[in-house]
Ligand binder design. Sequence first.
Ligand SMILES: Cc1cc2nc3c(=O)[nH]c(=O)nc-3n(C[C@H](O)[C@H](O)[C@H](O)COP(=O)(O)OP(=O)(O)OC[C@H]3O[C@@H](n4cnc5c(N)ncnc54)[C@H](O)[C@@H]3O)c2cc1C
Length: 480
Amino acid sequence: MTDSKSVAIIGAGIFGLSLAITLRDRGYEVSVFDRCQYDVKGYDPADNVQAASADHNKIFRASYGNEIHYQRLALESRKAWALEDEKRGFTRSDASDDRLFVNSGMLRIQPSDHLATLEKETLANMQRDGLRDTQFVMSEPADCERAEKLGWKDKMFTFPIPDSEKTYEAVLDSLAGFLRCSNACAHYQKVAADKGVRFNFGPQKGAVDSLIRVKSSLEPGKEKVKGLKTSDGLVHHANAVVVAAGSFSTQILPELSYHLESSAGSLATYKIDKNNTELWDKYSPERFPVMTWKSTPRDSSGEDTGSIYVLPRTPQGLVKIGFRGVKWTNFQPAPRDTPFTQDGQWSVPLPAEECSMLPAPALYAIKQFVSIFMPEFENTPFFSTKLCWYTDSLDNSFVIDHVPNYAEKSVFVCTGGSGHGAKFLPVLGEHAADIFENGDNSPSFMRPFWRWRSDAPRRNGLEEGPGGPRDISHKSNLNL
Ligand SMILES: Cc1cc2nc3c(=O)[nH]c(=O)nc-3n(C[C@H](O)[C@H](O)[C@H](O)COP(=O)(O)OP(=O)(O)OC[C@H]3O[C@@H](n4cnc5c(N)ncnc54)[C@H](O)[C@@H]3O)c2cc1C
């Protein structure tokens, strides 16, 4: 790029930061706006911040069932995380609390005593990429032997299936682990600022109230966006505006209403006291892998208790459990003229102060999980609980493209993380910037999956609409 072009990005979460860095590297004048005061308070999740990226840790995995493109993107990202940690002075074997990527491994516990279909697809795709030897299937002696040799065997935990003589089948994934998400955002925000990205943070100068729309002279009949207005009343001009506002993106750009839905995952933490050395050591990343328990059939009382995960303890002693078996929606009347609604409604995040209590089915599922897989905590009260908002897309792939409704490529969206975007922070921006600059001619292999897709059917739960069992705007579903 020769001429200096200005880009205003709304949102300093993972998607906004990653794109900001690459666009800056490619010569753009980049300003980022975020209503959170990340420059003063960091990305601390305890701060009642409503951003999926502001969280202690997120899972890193390259296991993606039959979606080999995400597997490959994750492997690309894994290299970038390792490189970034190396640049920051950590060797691969260094177990420092300050690492961004921690290769703790991940134990994928199956719903029963044999491999589920999704797992078989993952293993087949690992094989295709020559990585099958990084996966250790509990019931396969050759895998166990290899795990032993490579030092992974101690993380291949065995769990009995309740009311049965059998044990759960499981696969230990030695490629996986987690990222220290808040720390990673703070690190990359600084990287961006050092490169010359300008940040506007806080509820006045960082919060975006509206986009400035004008008639396009180059594409008659269409509007273009020529900037944005922040809560302090100032107008900021830019050649292009990027909406990267996570689960609030639809409220800034209602054209996204067909493509996205905000829904909440249920998070709970326990806190381990450092003096309790037995638990402190047992749940450390060196000894404890990420554990996921996938899509189990309903338990004997008919409840869905699956799709739960737990991460190793943080340096502060927090052990986080997440339940994603049911993603909660909050349907509210949508503003008039919203392009797509369901019965005049759309799902938007609850106010932050209403996000600290979990619906009863989530609590039930987490407690079941704890009783089977983490019995030491069975009678321990949670340290914290939180609803954390996903930006679900209609097919679980991200939405990264110019918005065709607007002229002169003046509006770009970079969102739709759908519960799996954090792991891509170091590389997402490269792919997104390729799409920003080249559209259909982008060299990124992710282009077909991330395009603006008004022709795609609404699936991934987005077809349900208001009033269903996931909708917690009906307090009866909350069942607190
Ligand atoms: C419960 C849960 C668990 C997850 N687990 C994983 C995982 O294990 N692994 C993984 O890879 N991914 C995971 N994800 C997904 C990942 O966290 C997201 O894909 C990613 O964080 C999304 O980043 P974002 O930048 O799109 O959105 P956000 O992090 O939400 O950032 C958007 C930003 O926009 C700002 N904003 C909003 N409105 C405005 C406005 N009007 N003006 C100014 N600023 C505004 C917000 O303050 C916020 O900082 C999970 C997500 C959730 C919800």
